[in-house]
Every structure is written in structure tokens, then in C-alpha cells.
Ligand binder design. Structure first.
Ligand code: NAD
Length: 374
């Protein structure tokens, strides 16, 4: 089995789908690994480190399995062999036409971003890996744009109050943001429809703001969040309006897979914020949690609030992002090559493999059947 690792073609993409360390693991599975020259350069992994790990340098596109971050463009897909396997973040719920195209090409496609949220699959979960990094980086971006310390200080020239940070959505990214912001010394508050995260928020030094009682929404069989109820949204809107006038920094992380991001802060809420406040809308690429945020742009409102809409936060830490992504894919390959003999076995009776396989033998296999509750 030949595994190809291309240089990512996305303009702002700095990551790579395999690192020298994960190449060692792939070779141990019996694979020959072909890395495109320069594939790891932007993540500080030189070609020589890949060859030292056992890879060949060459054209990755003719391989049996191609490991990528983003979906390759048409020109690269044209170079793949029908019957070959592509592993990449294809966004299956958002991209039905892409899935049809991939199936037409006769490719087997495993969506790295469709890992079911069951314990056994945690080690493959690239969305969690990237959200963890992005949440940390969101705080770094906010601190960079904020004209004050995050920590309070008592100096000879007077007392400086700490910054107050609100984190909306306390999932993987939100918890990473809470950890980073408390480490910098800010006073951190957080909210989420899932009351069970309150303890995690507190354990990171944050205060949990509950949105009253009642039904917030439902958890799904695949573990991903579903839309919140209208009642919950109305109560949450009051909380955001009240908090907007009080906090210095807002980090929003609320996502519902396959749907536009829920709108949390309105333009009127943003208008209530103090001049110099900073918002990082981590959902800007999915329609935005904040009215007025623009994907991949920094907007400064009339009242002096900076809204950061970066969508490539994880790619700003390319070394660790590549290490974690690469390790997640190595764990996937361990499932796909159970005998470690270089032979891939696509076991569609395995719920993890079935959930991730979105195209196979000319058919679109998305959405997967619901996961039986064990
Ligand atoms: P996500 O990216 O889908 O959503 C981010 C957060 O936004 C979630 O906490 C969600 O509750 C929240 N959210 C949704 N609608 C909201 C709204 N209207 N207002 C405010 N917040 C809203 O989720 P995620 O961070 O990837 O994961 C969520 C949780 O799932 C994790 O904390 C973890 O407990 C669990 N998880 C389990 C596995 C596994 O078992 N394999 C893997 C990853 C995550």
C-alpha cells in the first residue's frame, strides 16, 4: 500500500497531514509513504526529516491512500486513481455536490471531520484536536488586538483592573479558550446550553453563566450538538445583551454541525460594548455567531469594537496542529490496516469507519445510519 502526503494547496494552509513522527507509524503498518517535496515546510518539517523517518519524496497523487487536510482541488483529484482512498476534511453535511463528484470519480472517501463522538473514536477526532488549538489561539488573537493587560496589576502608577472575558460555547474550543484566558489572568465567564459543562468551566477557573432552566436542545446519537430551542435562545439573548455591556472580550465558539452557526450576539449587543473591546467569532466561517463578523476579516465597528473573523486559527500553530492531525490520521490507518501488513480493510460494519466513509464504489454514503445506543 502506498500512502501519499501532498503539499496542501490552500492559500492560508500551513499544516500537513503527516509529520515525520507519524510517517514512522505509517511505515510500521506496512505502507510505503510518498511525501510531496516541501509538504511540511510551512509546519517546520523539512523534507530530510521525512526521508529520515522512512518516507520517499515524490508525487503523492498516484498513491492508494492520499492523506490531506482540505479537499484537494479538481486538478489534483484528476491525478488520483479510481478506486484509491482519500482522507480529508470534506465537510460532508455542507457539500453534497462535492460528495457526488468524489463518488463519480470512483474514489473511496473518508471524511476526517465526520468522526462519531463515541469514546472509541476519540483518538481519531481531528475536529477536537483542531478546536483545542483554535480556542487557545483565539485568546492569543484577542490579547493581540486588546489595548490592555488581561491580568490585573497593582503598580506604583496605579491599579489596573483585569480584563473580563466571556466565552460563549464551552465545548472543546471554548474550554481551551477559558484555560488560555484564565492563564493570562483574565476574569472569565462562560455559557453553554449543556449544563454538564459547568463543572469543567469552573475547574479551569471560569464562572459558568447558566441560561435559566428548561429545555436547551437535544444531544444526538453521534454526540454532536443540535439546535437549541426557541425558548432557550430567547433567554440566552437576554444574557448576551446584559454581558455585552459588561465584558471586554468575547470569544464565541458555538457550532451546530451541518447547519449555519447560531446567532448569539446581535449588532445591538455589539453596539453596547465598550470602545476597545474585542470579539473573536470562531464561527465566522459558518455564518457567524456575531452579527457583523466577516470570515477572514477584522472589522472595527463605529463604536470601536474589533471583531475578528479568522477561520484558520488552528493553522496559526502549524507544528502542533500537524502533529495532532497526523496522529489522528495514523490512528485511523491503524483501524484500516488491522493486520499491519500494508493491506487496507474497509470494514463498513465498524460504526467508526461507516460514519466516516462518505463515498465508496461510485455511491455517496452520507449521511450514515444513526449509531445504535449501546
Ligand atoms: P461543537 O464544536 O459542535 O460546538 C461547540 C460548543 O457550542 C458546544 O459546547 C455546544 O454545546 C455549544 N453550542 C451549541 N449551540 C450553542 C448556542 N446556541 N449557544 C452557546 N453554545 C452553543 O462541539 P465540540 O466542542 O466539538 O464538542 C462538544 C462536546 O462534545 C465536548 O465538550 C465533549 O464533551 C464532547 N466530545 C466528545 C467526543 C467523543 O466522545 N469522541 C469527541 C469530541 C467532543
Amino acid at each position: 500500500m502506498r500512502i501519499g502526503v501532498p503539499r496542501e494547496s490552500g492559500e492560508h494552509e500551513t499544516r500537513v497531514a503527516a509529520t515525520p513522527a507519524t510517517v514512522v507509524g505509517l511505515v510500521e503498518l506496512g505502507a510505503t509513504v510518498v511525501v510531496e517535496p516541501g509538504a511540511g515546510k510551512r509546519a517546520s518539517f523539512p523534507d530530510a526529516a521525512y526521508t529520515a523517518a522512512g518516507a520517499e519524496l515524490g508525487d503523492p497523487w498516484g498513491a492508494d491512500v492520499v492523506l490531506a487536510l482540505g479537499t484537494p482541488d479538481a486538478a489534483h483529484l484528476d491525478r488520483m486513481t479510481p478506486g484509491a482512498t482519500l482522507v480529508a476534511m470534506v465537510g460532508p453535511a455542507r457539500n453534497p455536490e462535492l460528495l457526488a463528484d468524489l463518488a463519480r470519480r470512483g474514489l473511496t472517501v473518508l471524511a476526517a471531520d465526520a468522526v462519531p463522538r463515541i469514546s472509541r473514536a476519540q483518538s481519531l477526532d481531528v475536529l477536537s484536536s483542531m478546536a483545542n488549538i483554535a480556542g487557545y489561539r483565539a485568546v492569543v488573537e484577542a490579547a493581540h488586538r486588546f489595548g490592555r493587560f488581561f491580568a490585573g496589576q497593582v503598580t506604583a502608577a496605579g491599579k489596573v483592573p483585569p480584563a473580563t472575558v466571556l466565552v460563549a460555547g464551552a465545548g472543546v474550543a471554548g474550554l481551551a479558550a477559558i484555560g488560555a484566558a484564565t492563564s493570562l489572568g483574565a476574569v472569565v465567564r462562560a455559557t453553554d446550553p449543556r449544563p454538564e459543562v459547568a463543572e469543567q468551566v469552573r475547574s479551569l477557573g471560569g464562572e459558568f453563566l447558566a441560561v435559566g432552566t428548561g429545555d436547551a436542545g437535544q444531544e444526538s446519537s453521534d454526540g454532536y450538538a443540535r439546535a437549541t430551542s426557541a425558548d432557550y435562545d430567547a433567554r440566552a439573548a437576554e444574557l448576551y445583551t446584559e454581558q455585552a455591556a459588561d465584558v471586554d472580550v468575547v470569544i464565541t465558539t458555538a457550532l451546530i454541525p451541518g447547519r449555519p452557526a447560531p446567532r448569539l450576539l446581535t449588532a445591538a449587543d455589539v453596539a453596547r460594548m465598550k470602545p476597545g473591546s474585542v470579539i473573536v467569532d470562531m464561527a465566522a466561517g459558518q455564518g457567524g455567531n456575531v452579527e457583523g463578523s466577516v470570515a477572514d476579516e477584522v472589522v472595527v465597528t463605529g463604536n470601536g469594537v474589533t471583531i475578528v473573523g479568522d477561520t484558520n486559527l488552528a493553522a496559526r500553530l502549524p507544528v502542533q496542529a500537524s502533529q495532532l492531525y497526523g496522529t489522528n490520521l495514523l490512528n485511523l490507518l491503524k483501524l484500516l490496516v488491522p493486520a499491519r501488513d500494508g493491506q487496507m480493510v474497509l470494514d463498513l460494519d465498524d460504526v467508526v469507519i461507516r460514519s466516516m466513509t462518505v463515498a465508496h464504489r461510485g455511491d455517496v454514503l452520507w449521511p450514515p445510519p444513526p449509531i445504535p445506543v449501546s
